[in-house]
Ligand binder design. Structure first.
Ligand SMILES: [Zn+2]
Length: 84
């Protein structure tokens, strides 16, 4: 990816940030493009989405919120419990 400001090739680096989520602190890890030329930085939106998705997945697991796939399985096979 090239810098929209100055046209230089940007460097991909990893960034971490602590965010609050459902009353607790979670650590997000995502990609950021940095420009050595002008100092601009741009968050890779897709990697940030994925980081949040992981937080959600963890949250659903620890709180036993069934995913749509689990619900479908449960309907198809009622002997299977949702919480494993
Ligand atoms: Zn630049």
């Amino acid at each position: 990816m090239r810098c929209p400001e100055c046209g230089r090739e940007m460097r991909l680096s990893k960034e971490e940030s602590i965010e609050s989520f459902k009353g607790s602190q979670v650590r997000l890890s995502y990609d950021v493009y940095r420009c050595d030329g002008c100092g601009s930085s741009y968050v890779d939106a897709r990697s940030l989405d994925e980081a949040w998705k992981k937080i959600w997945d963890n949250y659903e697991k620890t709180n036993c919120i069934p995913s749509p796939a689990d619900l479908r399985r449960a309907r198809e096979n009622r002997s299977e419990s949702l919480c494993g």
